[in-house]
Design a protein around this ligand. Sequence first.
Ligand code: G4P
Length: 528
Amino acid sequence: MKYEKEINRRKTFAIISHPDAGKTTLTEKFLLFGGAIQTAGAVKSNKIKKHATSDFMEIERQRGISVATSVMSFEYKGILINLLDTPGHKDFAEDTYRTLTAVDSVILVIDSVNGVEPQTRRLMEVCRMRMTPVIVFINKMDRDGKNRFELLEEIENELKISLHPMTWPINSGKEFKGVYNLHEKNLRLFTASTKANDDDVVDIADLASPVLQAKIGDRDAATLREDVELIDGVYGPLNPAEYLSGHIAPVFFGSAVNNFGVKEMLDTFIQIAPVPRDRETNVRKVEAGEDKFSGFIFKIHANLDPKHRDRIAFMRVCSGRFERNKYYKHVRLDKDVRFTNPYSFLARSKDIIDDAYPGDVVGLFDTGNFKIGDTLTEGEKFFFTGIPTFSPEIFKELVNKDPMKTKQLEKGIQQLTDEGVAQLFTQFGGNKKIIGCVGDLQFEVIQYRLLQEYGAACEFRTLPFYKACWLTSTDKNKLNDFLRYKQQNAAEDKDGAPVYLAQSEWFLNTEINNNPDITFHFTNEVNK
Ligand code: G4P
């Protein structure tokens, strides 16, 4: 393998969580360990502030700032870590789902007080679909949280994944005394300070040792012994293969804001997390170690500033070596393209790069040539698969307010939907354009951008749909009949695939039951 050394020293992952569970704080601690930032607080600008939720311009401005921190690369103990940021705001959930297609593993942060939250569930669904290896960090142990056994049970049941505790907490809240490392058999005592101090670690190979009582008191020592006996009986040693196949998630307890329990996790992460993995395409599996370059676009970020109309396409390198100024094939357009200023993301600053390897994310200036899922190769024709589109949750009809600008509107909406801002459906038998989004904010973004960038004025008319399902059937006639009967609820997506727009869960279930020959899909592949 030509680039084996480069591949084996890379780990590309994302930290995911329900908003406020502690993703930003944990990210910051990782960057501190990696020496990529010097002070706490440096990553905060990345977060969309709570008070800005009604002001999309402000949110976009902040997202603009966050482009620089969309990917943070840093070195830790000789390993090059690419940490991909995911937006916390729920209206940008699709962005997060797509980012998950570009990583090889994730760290899922759960708030010990709130347990599993709605966004956690959805993110894990995406991970499960892709069999992404997951490490769980149970955060905020310094607050009075849920009972630890009940919490683990809740996570296992709700997220449908088996857990494997790597550390075990001694109490929580004011009584939180630290964690016992079940594998290294040592005790790390909790101090509410942001500096990780190795002096606070006490080796306790045998839990019967009186040192344990001396450190945490009789009562807590007795509880810890009981807990550990129970855990050892249930879990045994971690099988890395089961973690790598996405079946078992190692769990760490800690407090990100106090930088407690973070280093243990990071040390384990660099040992067990996968290096850049092989990837499926519509033609064949592409191995990371292949000599020839390939990569795909998983995110496009547009600049809302009218003075800087550039878009940045984020490309994940999947195989071989990407080089600046070299011609590559843009497979969908069947066109050779080259990039004079590709850049990498070394924590908070953008640097022009000369080359990149599997696992790396490269920022490419784009003038409208890319859409999500586009593949670049050294000439071979294939598309990377496994990039899902999810059903939108809000549907509105796009109404053209200026017939003189119809062309501009068409072009604008095509480009914005290529970027993944929203999904576009066209009603069957009519020409009604239906825009589907995850959050209301996107409609504001679309309206603003159509006017600013394309000079097209539009408005939206609310539609009573709640979900879009992609339809397939082995019986073409039955599918066509269904689409004809249900014309009011039938549409095609941008690529011409038939879609059923359901008004409610009841209608959807009724149609599913009445049409056994038709399959209703809740997600769709970008590259089929
Ligand atoms: P997010 O990116 O997942 O949305 O969460 P973020 O890290 O911003 O954390 C959300 C809030 O939780 C922050 O408080 C943060 O300080 C706090 N937090 C993170 N880790 C811990 C922890 O281990 N223990 C406790 N008690 N709190 C934690 P905030 O008040 O919203 O912001 P800030 O003013 O502290 O920045």
